[in-house]
Design a protein around this ligand. Structure first.
Ligand SMILES: Cc1cc2nc3c(=O)[nH]c(=O)nc-3n(C[C@H](O)[C@H](O)[C@H](O)COP(=O)(O)O)c2cc1C
Length: 260
């Protein structure tokens, strides 16, 4: 039985989750979601991505619209988040339905936050605790996938689904322009890592410094992977710890189309 897990990830949480699931299946591969048309033949297909502004990120929507898979394929999704999954998996199920794909399982997995405009990821102990808890949750997901179980999509409370769905809709079109708040300070050593980790090729190097070009996905890879913490987002991020998943290497984020 062949399995493919597609992922989208800014700071490695979703990539780590995708790899953690795939390793339980013999004939499996983990592939980055791209903008290209995909014809998928696997018997099981998974989608692992972060929750962005209480919903499905742009990149994931674009990917799904270019995906062709057979109707008999068993599909599951994992929405990786920092505690507010809201309506993301319900939204994702209906996005897939429009393209003729049935989503049988939808899980939310909580990992440390990478949304640095609102603060850091917490202490090392808190980060490790969240990762350990997720490992246990992933074991449950594996059983459901192996048994091809059909379950209701996991979701946040009703108030969250109502309020945050409105906010998601209001902010969706603004996302590409939100990079206007990025800046680079004197700590920049001109390494160009920010350009290389940028999923949507939004960063160009001008005079060896990053420039953001208003087609941002807000994955925050640039600010979080910068080795000298030279990138800021607004006035507060200078005070906050950076984060990326401790078991994901920078090289894995740069080689985005690598299969495992
Ligand atoms: C732009 C943006 C918006 C986010 N919105 C939410 C959200 O609505 N709810 C939530 O629980 N986490 C939210 N987060 C946190 C991420 O979903 C979370 O840290 C995730 O694990 C990051 O996954 P990644 O490392 O694969 O990119 C947001 C992060 C970013 C960058």
């Amino acid at each position: 039985m062949k399995m493919t897990v597609y992922y989208y990830s800014g700071t490695g949480n979703s990539l780590w989750t995708a790899k953690a699931i795939a390793k339980f299946f013999e004939n499996s591969k983990v592939i980055n979601m791209t903008n290209e048309f995909v014809e998928e033949q696997s018997d099981i297909v998974g989608f692992v991505f972060p929750v962005h502004m209480w919903g499905v990120p742009h990149r994931v929507i674009e990917f799904v619209n270019k995906l062709n898979i057979k109707s008999s394929t068993f599909c599951f999704a994992v929405a990786v988040n920092a505690g507010q999954v809201s309506r993301t998996l319900i939204q994702f199920k209906s996005l897939l339905k429009k393209t003729g794909i049935r989503l049988s399982l939808g899980y939310d997995i909580k990992l440390p936050t990478n949304y640095i405009p609102w603060g850091g990821p917490g202490s090392k102990e808190e980060i490790n605790k969240k990762i350990e808890t997720s490992e246990t949750r992933i074991e449950n997901i594996i059983n459901d996938i192996k048994n091809k179980t059909e379950l209701k999509m996991q979701r946040g409370p009703l108030w969250q689904r109502i309020l945050f769905t409105i906010l998601y809709k209001l902010s969706f079109k603004q996302v590409p322009l939100m990079d206007k708040k990025f800046s680079v300070d004197e700590k920049c050593n001109e390494c160009g890592i920010c350009e290389k980790v940028c999923i949507c090729n939004n960063i160009t190097m001008e005079n060896n410094k990053p420039v953001w070009n208003q087609k941002c996905e807000q994955c925050l890879a640039c600010i979080q992977w910068c080795p000298t913490q030279a990138i800021q987002y607004g006035p507060k991020t200078i005070n906050y710890e950076r984060y990326h998943h401790p078991n994901i290497k920078l090289s894995e984020m740069i080689l985005k189309k690598m299969n495992y």
